[in-house]
Design a binder for this molecule. Structure first.
Ligand SMILES: NC(=O)c1ccc[n+]([C@@H]2O[C@H](COP(=O)([O-])OP(=O)(O)OC[C@H]3O[C@@H](n4cnc5c(N)ncnc54)[C@H](O)[C@@H]3O)[C@@H](O)[C@H]2O)c1
Length: 346
C-alpha cells in the first residue's frame, strides 16, 4: 500500500526477521512512511535494504542470542537511538504434541519469546531517556483458532500478548507503549509447507470469526439505536423482517425500524446466549432478546415473544443480506387468535 504520509520521519525502526515475508513488508511500510530502518535477520537482509535504499541498514541478528543483541545495540548507535522495535522473527514448525521434543519447544520459545525480552533489555534504556518508544510484538491470531500441532507456537504467541501487557504497565510512565499485533494466516514462505487443505481450514476459521464479530457488532449497534449500524451493511443489502417483507438497500433497515417508532421502548439481545451456526457465506444466529413495548415487558425464554433467528449473508466484509425470523408480537398481544401454546415453556 503506497502512502504519501511521512508519519515516521526522524524515527529509527528495528525490525527482526526482516529478510522476507511479514518482516520485510513491515520494514518497507515503515520506510515508506519516512523512518530509517534497521533491518535484521539470521543472514543480513540485503534484499530488503536494497528495496528501500540508503535510509535502511542491514544487520545480522540471531534473536535467540543475547550477545548479538548486545553488539547490535552498540553498532546501531551511529544510526541513532532506536525508537521502535518490531519483534517479528518467528519459528513455527508444526509438531503434534506426541512428536514435540524439548529442543523444538526451547527453540520456539527462544525465537518467539526470549527475543522480546532481550530487545527490551538492550533498547529500553535509550527510549526511557528520550521519553518515547514503541515495542511491537508480532503474535498470531492462531491463539484463538483450533489448529492442531501448534501448542508450542501458540504458547509463545500467547506469551507475547502477556509480556506486552506487563511491559506496557512498567513503561507507560515514560511515554513508551508495548503492543501485540495478531496477523491472520498470510501467504509467506513460512506457510508454504502447509497443504492447500490446511490453509483453507485456517482461512475458514478466520472467516467465521470475522463474521461472528460483525454479527455481534450488528446486535450491539441495533440495540443502542446507533445510526452507524448501517455501515455494517453493503449499500445494496437486502433485509427481510416478518410483516415488513423484503427491503432492498441498507436504508431499508431504517424503514423497518420506523415501524416500531412510538411503541418500542427498549430492546436488548441476550449477547451471552447467542448460538452461532456458520454455513458457507452465511451465518445463522439464534437467541433471545428482552425489552419493553407499549409499557409491557418481554423476556425471550420466559415469555412467549423474544426468540429470534437471524440469517446473515456476507460480501466483502459487510452484511449483504439479513433475514430476521421472529414473532414481531413481542409482548403476546395477539395471543387470543392462537389456540395453542397455553402453559408452555417459552
Ligand atoms: N505467515 C503467517 O500466516 C503468520 C500468521 C500470524 C503470525 N505470523 C508471525 O509473523 C512473523 C513473520 O512470519 P512470516 O510468515 O513472515 O515468516 P517467514 O518464515 O517468512 O519469515 C520469518 C523470518 O524470521 C527469521 N528468523 C527465524 N528465526 C530467527 C532467529 N532466530 N533470529 C532472527 N531471525 C529469525 C527467518 O530467517 C525469516 O526471515 C512470525 O513471528 C510469525 O509467527 C505469521
Amino acid at each position: 500500500m503506497k502512502t504519501a504520509f511521512k508519519t515516521h520521519e526522524g524515527r529509527v525502526v528495528l525490525v527482526t526477521g526482516a529478510s522476507q515475508g511479514i518482516g520485510q513488508a513491515i520494514a518497507l511500510a515503515f520506510a515508506e512512511r519516512g523512518a530509517r530502518v534497521v533491518a535484521t535477520d539470521l543472514k543480513s537482509p540485503h534484499d530488503t535494504v536494497s528495496k528501500i535504499g540508503p535510509s535502511a541498514s542491514a544487520f545480522e541478528l540471531d534473536v535467540t542470542q543475547e550477545e548479538q543483541w548486545r553488539s547490535l545495540a552498540a553498532e546501531v548507535r551511529d544510526i541513532g537511538d532506536v525508537d521502535i522495535v518490531v519483534n517479528n522473527a518467528g519459528y513455527f514448525p508444526n509438531r503434534s504434541i506426541d512428536d514435540l521434543d524439548l529442543p523444538t519447544w526451547r527453540r520456539t520459545f527462544a525465537t518467539n519469546l526470549d527475543a522480546h525480552f532481550l530487545s527490551v533489555k538492550y533498547f529500553l534504556p535509550a527510549m526511557r531517556k528520550k521519553k518515547w518508544g514503541r515495542f511491537i510484538g508480532i503474535s498470531s491470531n492462531m491463539v484463538g483458532l483450533a489448529i492442531p500441532g501448534m501448542s508450542h507456537y501458540i504458547a509463545t504467541k500467547m506469551g507475547i500478548i502477556g509480556f506486552m501487557r506487563g511491559l506496557a504497565n512498567d513503561v507507560a510512565g515514560d511515554g513508551i507503549t508495548a503492543n501485540s499485533v495478531l496477523p491472520g494466516l498470510t501467504n509467506t514462505q513460512a506457510i508454504a509447507p502447509q497443504s492447500e487443505e490446511q490453509k483453507r481450514g485456517t482461512w475458514e476459521q478466520q472467516a467465521i470469526k470475522e463474521k461472528i464479530k460483525i454479527a455481534r457488532e450488528y446486535f450491539l449497534r441495533a440495540d443502542q439505536g446507533r445510526p452507524d449500524v448501517l455501515e455494517l451493511f453493503n449499500a445494496d443489502a437486502e433485509i427481510y423482517f416478518p410483516k415488513f417483507g423484503f427491503g432492498s438497500g441498507r436504508e431499508s433497515f431504517l424503514e423497518m425500524v420506523k415501524g416500531f417508532e412510538g411503541i418500542l421502548e427498549h430492546i436488548q439481545h441476550d449477547y451471552d446466549g447467542f448460538n452461532f451456526i456458520p454455513s458457507g457465506d452465511y451465518l445463522i444466529v439464534e437467541g433471545t432478546s428482552h425489552g419493553r413495548m407499549s409499557g409491557k415487558a418481554w423476556a425471550g425464554g420466559k415469555t412467549p415473544g423474544g426468540r429470534f433467528c437471524n440469517v446473515f449473508k456476507f460480501r466483502d466484509g459487510r452484511i449483504s443480506s439479513l433475514h430476521i425470523y421472529l414473532d414481531p408480537d413481542y409482548t403476546g398481544e395477539d395471543d387470543s387468535r392462537f389456540r395453542w401454546g397455553k402453559s408452555r415453556q417459552w
